[in-house]
Design a protein around this ligand. Structure first.
Ligand code: SF4
Ligand code: MG
Length: 321
């Protein structure tokens, strides 16, 4: 359904002086219809940038995003509008992405009204139905975002995305701000909605535990590069890349949910000045000379399984000898 062939994406710094960072560097991914692709990595790895490009909120400076075989960057008029509606984004913090001055029925009903998704006189009933499907009482339709809990606001954000009848949803840290028990409820909701509405998801999270729960396949990014990709269960149970191995070891247990990522040794290097060779080498327990010099390419290590680590070459060389 979706192909990402991305060579360099520029992330413009918010400071007065523009900083050009290659937030995403030669990432190529496909998401099949009906699939949930989990995209994980620490903050600053470029996963949000990639998500924003998929949702059409940013353009790759080189490369393309293809949706149903068409490059969405080159679509015009009605086709561009249709693609923009078919790919929706559910954001991290519902409080800052919901307009505090609009009522829930206005938030959810605005886009269907503007885009004529349903006839005008049916919008109210349509909104009520959506609220119900995301687990909200339709009688709360005239309330404002601040009158809801965090979990309920997440549901409002989901209803808003669903309202334009999308096929593809980019979830960027959509449950990150929520308590663990609420996270589980919202993840279950996403899975139910996937069935009901025949949805495809790109599910972005810094938390491998969250992504593992709902993904068919998992893609792991580190400093703008894809380092591993494969079937979720396999990546999770037998991670190939040392970075993925570190992430898996770090998945907090239910009780210690709060602590994430402390155990991978070393700081995340600046994306402005990534280390040469393998970006992960300063933190990798298995780094050797070649890692400091040569960039490891993403290679198929098993059918449908990709990893970018020189250790795989060493292993196959030893195997061949
Ligand atoms: Fe570690 Fe080298 Fe593999 Fe990079 S290429 S992950 S530094 S072993
Ligand atoms: Mg992010």
């Amino acid at each position: 359904e979706l192909d990402i062939a991305e060579r360099t994406a520029r992330l413009l710094g918010s400071s007065v002086k523009e900083q050009t960072v290659h937030a995403v560097d030669e990432v190529s991914l496909s998401v099949a219809k009906g699939e949930v692709l989990g995209l994980v990595g620490e903050s600053g790895c470029g996963k949000s940038t990639l998500g924003r490009m998929v949702a059409g909120l940013m353009r790759p400076s080189d490369g393309e995003i293809r949706f149903r075989g068409r490059n969405i960057g080159t679509l015009k008029g009605a086709e561009a509008r249709d693609a923009a509606l078919k790919i929706q984004m559910v954001f991290q913090d519902p409080m800052s992405s919901l307009n505090p001055r609009l009522r829930v029925d206005e938030i959810v009903g605005e886009a269907p009204r503007v885009h004529g998704i349903v006839p005008r006189r049916e919008v109210t009933a349509y909104v009520d139905d959506l609220l119900e499907r995301v687990g909200l009482d339709p009688s709360t339709r005239r309330r404002y975002p601040h009158q809801f809990s965090g979990g309920q606001r997440a549901r409002i954000g989901i209803a808003r995305a669903l309202a334009v009848k999308p096929d593809f949803i980019v979830c960027d840290e959509s449950v990150a701000a929520l308590d663990v028990s609420i996270q589980a409820q919202i993840l279950n909701l996403f899975m139910r909605l996937r069935e009901q509405f025949d949805l495809t998801y790109l599910f972005i999270s810094h938390d491998l535990g969250v992504v593992e729960h709902i993904s068919d396949r998992i893609a792991v990014m580190y400093l703008g590069r894809l380092v591993e990709l494969g079937d979720a269960e396999v990546v999770f149970s037998r991670p190939n890349h040392p970075y993925t191995q570190a992430l898996v070891e770090e998945i907090p247990t239910f009780e210690t949910k709060k602590k994430v990522y402390g155990a991978i040794k070393g700081e995340i290097p600046s994306p402005l000045d990534p280390p040469p060779g393998c970006h992960f080498h300063p933190r990798c327990p298995h780094a050797f000379e070649r890692c400091r010099i040569e960039r490891p390419l993403l290679k198929e290590v098993a059918p449908g399984r990709l990893s970018a680590c020189h250790l795989n070459d060493e292993a196959s060389r030893r195997g061949a000898a």
